[in-house]
Design a protein around this ligand. Structure first.
Ligand code: C5P
Length: 237
């Protein structure tokens, strides 16, 4: 690959999390970053504040949207929400795999566009105590693998996973599963509240397809420069 190709490839694999409270802030930042960033994540905070209009506005920069709503409801409701996300042309959407195979199958059947569904296994904020108090025995690693397998069997082709889980997941699952990893910190950034993070380069080396980065870019004094540094690091692998 030429260095131009490597940069293009890296740029396509970076997703910047627009974890901001208001539409005007998010739109201004997305337009500022547009020359470097072609994929943005919109999560519960921004979507609850700004609704589908924010998806349309950010798509206006030419970027793709990962809508991180972590859906978990009865199969019919999740299927309808997946169909609605397809209508507003999001590229990725998350669902909780703990909703079970019927819910995941209904979600998979509801995809009519090139929307990529991503399954969430065990949230990184959960530990063994969280699992036990909700009636789940075993370790977090076991439960994450069990849910990833359930998702794959129910037809899901994408997962959200920590950079440390990627190697085990790649070993256990079909190779065509797309893995998206948050919990990424360049060496020059602060950890914030992320505990088990890796650098962008390590995450790609472990087998991640896409990296989600929030605060190292959006809370940086020069967000465009921060994004450029991360893309350069990803391209230098
Ligand atoms: O600012 P930071 O880079 O930590 O943001 C990471 C993004 O990824 C946030 O939107 C966060 O909610 C999300 N996320 C995460 N860890 C997970 C799942 C999602 O940090 N296990």
């Amino acid at each position: 690959m030429t260095s131009e190709d490597s940069l293009k490839n890296a740029r396509e694999r970076l997703i910047v999390a627009l974890d901001l409270p208001r539409a005007d802030e998010a739109i201004a930042l997305a337009f500022d970053l547009a020359s470097e960033v072609s994929f943005f994540k919109i999560g519960l905070q921004l979507y609850t504040a700004a609704g589908p209009e924010i998806v349309r506005a950010i798509t206006g920069t030419g970027a793709k949207i990962f809508l991180d709503l972590k859906l978990h409801d009865i199969p019919n409701t999740v299927a309808k929400a997946v169909a609605s996300a397809g209508e507003i042309k999001v590229a990725m959407l998350t669902i909780h795999l703990s909703g079970g195979s019927r819910m995941v199958e209904a979600a998979v059947r509801a995809v009519s566009t090139d929307l990529q569904l991503l399954g969430v296994t065990v949230l990184t904020s959960s530990d063994e105590t969280t699992l036990h108090e909700t009636g789940v025995n075993g370790s977090v690693a076991e439960q994450a693998l069990r849910l990833a397998q359930l998702g794959a069997d129910a037809g899901i082709r994408g997962l959200v996973a920590s950079p440390h889980e990627v190697v085990a997941l790649r070993r256990a699952l079909p190779s065509r599963v797309t893995i998206v990893t948050p919990g990424v910190r360049p060496a020059w950034a602060t950890a914030d509240d992320q505990k088990r993070f890796t650098t962008p380069r390590e995450a790609l080396h472990n087998g991640a397809d896409y990296l989600v980065v929030g605060r190292p870019v959006i809370a940086h004094a020069q967000p465009r420069e921060a994004a450029r540094r991360i893309i350069n690091e990803m391209a230098e692998r």
